[in-house]
Design a protein around this ligand. Structure first.
Ligand code: HEC
Ligand code: HEC
Ligand code: HEC
Ligand code: HEC
Ligand code: HEC
Length: 396
C-alpha cells in the first residue's frame, strides 16, 4: 500500500510540469514577425519580454541575493524563478545532487546549465508561453503556479481567441482563457507569489475576486477593428478582426500610473485628513512586494515653503533573524499598506504651525529605499517617482 502511495506521489510531481519543446520554428518572436509584426513590436515594449536574468536588473539582483542568502546555487534559484518568469525552460526543478555538483563547480555543461543558457528562454514571457498553453489546472492548490499549473500544446499548435482562424504556418485552437475567460490565464502567474517561508507577498487574484472586468480590458486595451495577421488570407487582403494590443503596460509606465488614485483633503482642527481612493479592481500597488506609494507634503507660508514631509506607504519584510530583507526571503512582513481594490485609505497628518497652505503630491515607486539599497539597484527607473495625483489646500 505504502509503495503504491509513494509511486502515485512521485508520479503526480513529475506530471505537474511536463516539458514540451516549443520547436525551432516557433520558439522565438522573430518566427512570428512575417505575419504578426505589429503584435511582436507591442509585446517587445512590455515587461513580459524583459522577464529574464539578463534584461531586468531588479529580477537579476534579486536572484543573486536569494542565492547568496539562502546558500542555494545561482542556477538552482534561476530555475525556481523560471516557474513564472521563464516558463519555456527545459528543466523545471533541481535536486540535492545538482546542488552538490554546483557547489563543487561540477555543473558546467550539465542539463541545467544548458537549459538556462538556451537563447529561446531569453525572451521571458513570449508568444509561445501564453499561446502554447493547452490546459490550465485551476483546481490545483493555490501555491502551484506558472509552469506547474499548465499543460503545453504540441509544438506548433497556437491557442487563441478565435474559433474560425486558419494559418498556413501553425495549427490553431480556440480556448476560453484566450477570450471571455482570460483572467484565468493571467492568474497562472499573477497570484500567490510567495517567499521560501511561505509569506505570500503578491496576489492579484485574491484582491480581484469580486470584479467582472477582465484584466485585458486595461492591460491589452479595448477591442478594436484591425488585423490579427498581416498575411493576405481574405480574397487577397488581410482579414479584418477585432483585436487588442499586446502592450501589457503596468507600473513601469507613467501613463498607467497617472490617475490610478484620486485624492481629496481637508483640515480638521490641527490635522489634515487625506483620502486616497482607488477605483481599480485590484489594489494599488498590486503585484510585486516592496512597491511604494509616496505622499509628499510641502507646507507654504504665503508663497514660501516652510517645511517638507514625506510618508511612505509600503511593506517591509524581515528574515528569520528579524533583519530587513527582500520579499522572497521573508519570514514575516509588516502590514500591507496598499490602497484596497475599489476602496480607500485615509491618512491623518499633524498640520505644521504657521502654514497657510499645503501641496500634497502622491507618487509611485517601483521599489522602496530599503530593498533598493539591499540589492544595490543602479538604474534610474528604480528611484524615479511617477506622479499619480496632487492637490493643494488652504489651511487655517
Ligand atoms: C501574457 C500572455 C500573452 C503573450 C505573452 C502573448 N499573447 Fe497573444 N494574446 C493573449 C491574449 C489573452 C489574447 C486574446 C485577447 C482578447 O481577445 O481578449 C491574445 C491574442 C492574440 C492574437 C489574436 C489577435 C489579437 O491581437 O487579439 C494573436 C494573433 C496573438 N495574440 C499573437 C501573439 C504573438 C505573436 C505574441 C508574441 C509576440 C503574443 N501573442 C504574446 C495573450 C498573450
Ligand atoms: C506565415 C504567416 C504566419 C506566421 C509566420 C505565424 N502566424 Fe500566427 N496566424 C497566421 C494567420 C493567417 C492566422 C489567422 C488570422 C485570422 O484568422 O484572422 C494566425 C493566427 C494566429 C493566432 C490566433 C489563433 C486563434 O485561433 O485565435 C495566434 C495566437 C497566432 N497566430 C500566433 C502565432 C505565433 C506565436 C507565431 C510565431 C511563433 C505565429 N503565429 C506565426 C499566420 C502566421
Ligand atoms: C507565465 C506567467 C505570466 C502570465 C501567464 C502572465 N503574466 Fe504578466 N507578468 C509576469 C511576470 C513574471 C511579470 C514581471 C516581469 C518583469 O518585470 O520582469 C509580469 C508583469 C506584468 C505586468 C506589469 C507590467 C509593468 O509594466 O509593470 C502586467 C500589467 C501584466 N503582467 C499583466 C498580465 C496580464 C493581463 C496577463 C493575462 C492576460 C498576464 N500578465 C499573464 C508573468 C505572467
Ligand atoms: C480598470 C483597469 C484595470 C484592470 C481591469 C486591471 N488593471 Fe492592473 N493596473 C491598472 C493600472 C491603472 C495600473 C497602474 C497602477 C498600479 O500599478 O497599481 C495597474 C497595474 C498592474 C500591475 C503592476 C502593478 C505593480 O504595482 O507592480 C499588474 C501586475 C497588474 N496591474 C495586473 C493586473 C491583473 C492580473 C489584472 C486582472 C486580474 C488587472 N491588472 C486588471 C489597471 C487595471
Ligand atoms: C508565482 C509566479 C512567480 C514566481 C515563482 C516568481 N515570480 Fe517574480 N514576479 C511574478 C509576477 C506576476 C511579477 C509581476 C508583478 C508586478 O509587476 O508587480 C513578478 C515580478 C518580479 C519582480 C519585479 C520586477 C520589476 O521589474 O519590477 C522581481 C524582482 C521578481 N519578480 C523576482 C523574482 C525572483 C527572484 C523569483 C524567484 C526566487 C521570482 N520572482 C519568482 C511572478 C512570479
Amino acid at each position: 500500500m505504502k509503495l503504491i502511495a509513494l509511486i502515485a506521489f512521485t508520479f503526480s510531481i513529475l506530471q505537474s510540469a511536463t516539458v514540451v519543446d516549443a520547436g525551432d520554428m516557433f520558439a522565438k518572436s522573430t518566427n512570428c514577425k512575417s505575419c504578426h509584426l505589429p503584435i511582436v513590436n507591442e509585446w517587445k515594449e512590455s515587461w513580459h519580454s524583459k522577464s529574464h536574468y539578463k534584461h531586468d536588473e531588479y529580477f537579476k539582483k534579486s536572484i543573486d541575493y536569494v542565492s547568496k542568502k539562502s546558500r542555494k546555487s545561482l542556477n538552482g534559484v534561476k530555475v525556481e524563478c523560471a516557474t513564472c518568469h521563464n516558463p519555456r525552460i527545459a528543466v523545471t526543478s533541481t535536486d540535492e545532487e545538482y546542488e552538490i555538483d554546483a557547489v563543487m563547480g561540477l555543473d558546467k555543461g550539465s542539463k541545467v546549465d544548458k537549459a538556462l543558457a538556451d537563447d529561446a528562454i531569453s525572451e521571458g514571457i513570449n508568444c509561445v508561453v501564453c499561446h502554447n498553453i493547452d490546459k490550465i489546472n485551476c483546481k490545483e492548490k493555490d501555491s502551484i503556479r506558472g509552469i506547474n499549473r499548465i499543460e503545453w500544446t504540441k509544438s506548433g499548435v497556437m491557442s487563441g481567441p478565435y474559433s474560425d482562424a486558419k494559418s498556413p504556418y501553425h495549427k490553431v485552437q480556440h480556448r476560453d482563457f484566450m477570450s471571455n475567460k482570460s483572467n484565468k490565464l493571467c492568474y497562472v502567474c499573477h497570484a500567490n507569489d510567495r517567499s521560501i517561508k511561505n509569506v505570500v507577498f503578491a496576489n492579484t487574484q485574491e484582491e480581484y475576486a469580486y470584479s467582472q472586468t477582465l484584466c485585458v480590458e486595461c492591460h491589452m486595451g479595448k477591442k478594436r477593428l484591425s488585423v490579427a495577421s498581416t498575411l493576405k488570407i481574405d480574397h487577397g487582403k488581410a482579414k479584418k478582426r477585432k483585436i487588442r494590443t499586446h502592450g501589457f503596460r503596468g507600473a513601469h509606465f507613467d501613463d498607467m500610473i497617472k490617475g490610478a488614485l484620486t485624492i481629496s483633503a481637508k483640515q480638521k482642527s490641527s490635522f489634515i485628513l487625506i483620502t486616497l481612493k482607488n477605483k481599480l479592481p485590484h489594489n494599488v500597488p498590486t503585484g510585486f512586494g516592496s512597491r511604494e506609494i509616496l505622499v509628499e507634503l510641502s507646507y507654504l507660508k504665503g508663497k514660501k515653503e516652510i517645511k517638507k514631509e514625506s510618508i511612505s506607504l509600503t511593506t517591509h519584510y524581515k528574515d528569520r533573524r528579524k533583519r530587513a530583507t527582500i520579499p522572497h526571503l521573508a519570514k514575516t512582513s509588516s502590514k500591507n499598506m496598499s490602497i484596497p481594490a475599489k476602496g480607500q485609505k485615509i491618512l491623518k497628518v499633524k498640520k505644521v504651525k504657521g502654514a497657510t497652505s499645503v501641496n500634497i503630491s502622491i507618487y509611485y515607486r517601483l521599489v522602496n529605499d530599503e530593498v533598493r539599497s539591499l540589492l544595490k539597484l543602479k538604474d534610474d527607473i528604480w528611484v524615479k517617482k511617477s506622479p499619480i495625483v496632487s492637490k493643494k489646500i488652504k489651511l487655517k
